[in-house]
Write a protein that binds this ligand. Structure first.
Ligand code: PRP
Length: 285
């Protein structure tokens, strides 16, 4: 039977959540990342633990069929690699930063300057687009130190919380792109493995919908039911069940996690009581 080869980051910011999402979609992995690859017990998948920067090439060459990888790395090194699904974690930006004390009004201030980065293709494209001529210094880690040691006037690197920039006395001045973890496919994936990948995509979709939602149960007096139902932006229509206590009903529905507190406050104002809120593992619509 055909097995889908899926690459994940061997170490780094995507690793934990990549393994968590595989677990959440019911794929349990036999052995850890000390091995280069591991098989799933219950699903036709082999997981390859690879260096982040190598994954786009493995996808291009068809060495792996799919990968969980940062969009930023795909944009830098990719080409013809299809993004199957955004995964909603490891959000970051790829940004230009300069020393806090540096004068910066626009991109022209970088003309003739030195920029240290691990993203030379992304940076060069951005410079070309803005008609800026700068000298690139390609370094593979600790990029933010470059201005402090006199290696560069500016840097381009990923910014997540912004704390690395802050600690190194830098300020963000331009955002080149926004990125998150994605599920990506090799252009050489076989039809059989594409079927497996589509099953993974379907399962991930239902896990992500679940993560974005909350299941809400509440009690409401029957004379307030209509207005309470009007407040609830449910999947279709909320489930309404009579309570043992006459004149009251139980209302069940799903609401968006981000709107949750706002909606709960309005529900209380309209007479809802005994509100229970539960997490959702999966939503299969
Ligand atoms: C990345 C990046 C920055 C830092 C930004 O490094 O290179 O240094 O994160 O994150 P922050 O805005 O939350 O401070 P990472 O630790 O992922 O490892 P790397 O040095 O291998 O890129």
């Amino acid at each position: 039977m055909s097995k889908l080869k899926i690459a994940v980051q061997k170490s780094g910011r995507l690793y934990e959540e990549s393994m968590q999402i595989l677990k959440d979609i019911g794929i349990s992995i036999d052995n850890g990342r000390d091995q280069l690859k591991a098989s799933a017990k219950n699903f036709p998948v082999e997981v390859f633990y690879l260096r982040n920067g190598d994954i786009p090439q493995y996808l291009k060459d068809g060495v792996v069929d799919a990968a969980i990888i940062g969009e930023n790395v795909l944009i830098e090194k990719g080409g013809n690699i299809q993004i199957i699904q955004k995964l909603g974690f490891s959000s970051c930006k790829v940004s230009i930063a300069v020393p806090k004390s540096a004068k910066y009004t626009n991109m022209q201030d970088l003309d003739g300057k030195r920029i240290a980065t691990s993203y030379p293709n992304t940076v060069q494209q951005f410079l070309d687009k803005n008609n800026v001529n700068a000298q690139l210094h390609i370094i593979n880690g600790s990029v933010e130190i470059a201005p402090n040691i006199g290696l560069a006037d500016a840097i381009v690197d990923i910014v997540s919380s912004g704390s690395t920039l802050f600690k190194n006395g830098l300020k963000e001045v331009e955002v080149l792109l926004k990125s998150e973890a994605v599920l990506a496919a090799s252009p050489l994936i076989s039809d059989d493995n594409l079927d497996i990948l589509n099953t993974i995509k379907f399962r991930i979709g239902s896990v992500l919908k679940g993560r974005r939602s909350k299941y809400v149960l509440l009690n409401a007096p029957n004379d307030k039911l209509e207005e309470i139902i009007a407040i609830l932006p449910g999947m279709k229509s909320p489930t309404v069940l009579p309570l043992a206590q006459e004149g009251w009903s139980s209302v069940h529905t799903v609401i968006d996690k981000n709107k949750f507190w706002e909606i709960i406050d309005i529900l209380k104002e309209h007479g809802a009581e005994g509100i229970l809120v539960c997490p959702i593992d999966n939503m299969i619509l």
